[in-house]
Design a protein around this ligand. Structure first.
Ligand code: KPL
Length: 355
């Protein structure tokens, strides 16, 4: 006499494939119950794509949330204890512009050794942390891996290339805005595309970003685009940090709107003098457009000053002034903003980079 049992849940998983027992037959014999036949089925296992994200700040949290929501296995590598603890405990929480919110679990790491083998890394740490990010990636990014920097400021790609080599680094920009409301909790602060430079290893990562709902554009001349983003940041970030106002407020005050324009024009002139092709003809209109599109957002520099953190002013207005000196284009408004933000931000280093 035999009984047939259906056992849909019995699965053995080996990398990439699984083996499932779909049914088996039991017989009662004089020795007791015996399995006399069974049916096996193989199946391909779908492992979710994985991504390493360096940083736990506003933009890093925004990218982590959108990617995790799209089913990407996100690991966030950071150094901020409060941020790491909140992300580990509650996941990353995204607050949409309409106030709706949702949290997604993410993996959290403080040690790059825990992140070995992840093929793609998105670098979203502050510009003054890039050198350390490069060292961390040097210990965990595979030889055929790729790190994409979407950071603010000038010089991030070069700092990463020093640690990883040019084949493992690609550059992109975004004018997306995001505000960190609490550790691990981020509010969307304005829409904007993610523009990526061409790189032979980039397509899978670009695909993940698209799947997560980002508007991804590819560009031939990403250095010009990155300087274009620098123009926007030089115009918006220091003024919002000094006046402690959201981006859109800069357009409401005529004297400040004028200064925003001067900072943008100077930065653009320095870029052009270096032979870069900017993504706009009118830098003032471009900076004002971003301030309008991200009107409610607190710029990253305003958030830094408010939290008493070092700012990215050296890599933004500082980079404009220094490049201007090399090509003989003065940038007095950027020079003033550079010094004022250093003073207002309580930066603990001096003008010469000495403590
Ligand atoms: O990049 C930004 C920043 O805050 O750093 C902008 C685009 C100005 C959005 O706030």
């Amino acid at each position: 006499m035999g009984f047939r049992f259906r056992v849909p849940g019995s699965e053995l998983r080996v990398t990439g494939y699984g083996l499932r027992v779909t049914s088996y037959e039991l017989r009662v014999t004089s020795y007791g119950l015996r399995v006399t036949s069974y049916e096996l089925q193989t199946f391909a296992m779908i492992t979710p794509p994985s991504l390493l994200l360096l940083g736990t700040g506003a933009l890093a949290s925004l990218f982590a949330a959108r990617l995790a929501a799209a089913g990407v296995d996100v690991t966030m590598l950071g150094t901020w204890p409060d941020g790491l603890a909140a992300l580990r405990r509650d996941g990353v929480r995204l607050v949409e512009a309409d106030g709706s919110q949702q949290a997604w679990p993410v993996r959290v790491a403080a040690d790059p050794a825990e992140c070995r083998g992840l093929p793609f890394a998105l670098v979203l740490v502050k510009a003054w942390q890039t050198e350390r990010a490069g060292q961390q990636l040097a210990t965990c990014l595979p030889a055929d891996g790729l790190a994409l920097t979407l950071q603010n400021g000038w010089g991030n790609r070069e700092a990463l290339e020093l640690a990883l080599g040019p084949q493992r680094v690609s550059l992109g920009i975004t004018t997306l805005g995001a505000t960190l409301l609490a550790p691990g909790v981020v509010r969307v602060g304005g829409q904007g595309p993610v523009t990526l430079g061409q790189h032979p290893r980039l397509q899978p990562l670009a695909g993940l970003l698209r799947a997560a709902g980002f508007e991804v554009r590819m560009a031939g001349d990403v250095a010009g685009l990155a300087w274009g983003k620098l123009v926007i940041n030089a115009a918006i970030n220091p003024l919002t940090a000094l006046l402690r106002v959201p981006n859109g407020e800069l357009l409401e005050r005529p004297a400040i709107r004028d200064m925003l324009g001067q900072a943008a024009s100077e930065a653009a002139a320095v870029g052009l003098a270096q032979g870069l092709r900017l993504p706009f003809d009118d830098p003032v209109a471009a900076a004002e457009e971003v301030a309008r599109r991200t009107a409610a957002n607190h710029s990253s520099m305003y958030q830094d000053v408010q939290a008493g953190r070092p700012t990215e002013i050296d890599a933004i207005c500082g980079a404009v002034v220094q490049a201007g000196q090399r090509v003989g284009v003065p940038a007095p408004v950027n020079q003033t903003l550079w010094m004022l933000v250093r003073a207002a931000g309580g930066e603990w280093w001096t003008v010469n980079g000495e403590r």
